[in-house]
Design a protein around this ligand. Structure first.
Ligand code: ATP
Ligand code: MG
Length: 141
């Protein structure tokens, strides 16, 4: 049995008067893939946003209870959320690219982390654009 990586204890989330999560107690182990499955609106995204404090950006959202990663409380007001979000990434349901070129979107992450232009992200850019163009009408024009 793998060690617990993320621990949710009595986690409650409200959007204004509406309660979205009710006392969620859940342990997620390291080196395992865990899927949250449930009907639309049951709170999967709300729970995932609790892990990297993305609910902070929703004004009406109030989170109570605890979420720990490696024993460190994520809801601690003094926690550096930028460092947290470097560790706990999230892929959104709908893609939300910056209004920039494909290349700039792909190179943005490594660039803000001071990695400059690496061979690796040039490779990712080349293969991504190849795939995009092969699937779009652009290649036909
Ligand atoms: N920004 C928000 N403002 C108000 N209510 C919200 C907000 N985001 C989610 N909710 C409400 O919280 C509840 C849980 O929504 P959530 O998006 O977490 O569900 P979900 O399981 O991820 O759904 P889906 O499968 O459609 O992605 C729903 O009733 C939803 O309407
Ligand atoms: Mg969702």
């Amino acid at each position: 049995m793998n060690k617990v990586k993320i621990k949710s204890k009595n986690l409650n989330v409200h959007y204004g008067q509406k309660q979205a999560l009710f006392d969620v107690n859940l342990d997620l182990n390291e080196k395992e893939v865990t899927a949250l499955i449930g009907p639309s609106g049951c709170g999967k995204s709300t729970f995932i946003r609790c892990i990297n404090r993305m609910n902070d950006v929703i004004d009406i959202c109030k989170v109570t209870g605890n979420i720990e990663i490696d024993g460190v409380e994520v809801n601690d007001k003094n926690l550096d959320v930028v460092s947290l979000r470097e560790r706990v990434g999230m892929v959104f349901q709908k893609p939300n690219p910056f209004p920039k070129s494909i290349y700039e979107n792909i190179s943005y992450g490594p660039k803000i982390h001071g990695k400059g232009e690496t061979k690796r992200h040039k490779f990712i850019w080349r293969t991504t654009t190849k795939t995009l163009y092969s699937k779009s009408d652009i290649s036909k024009s």
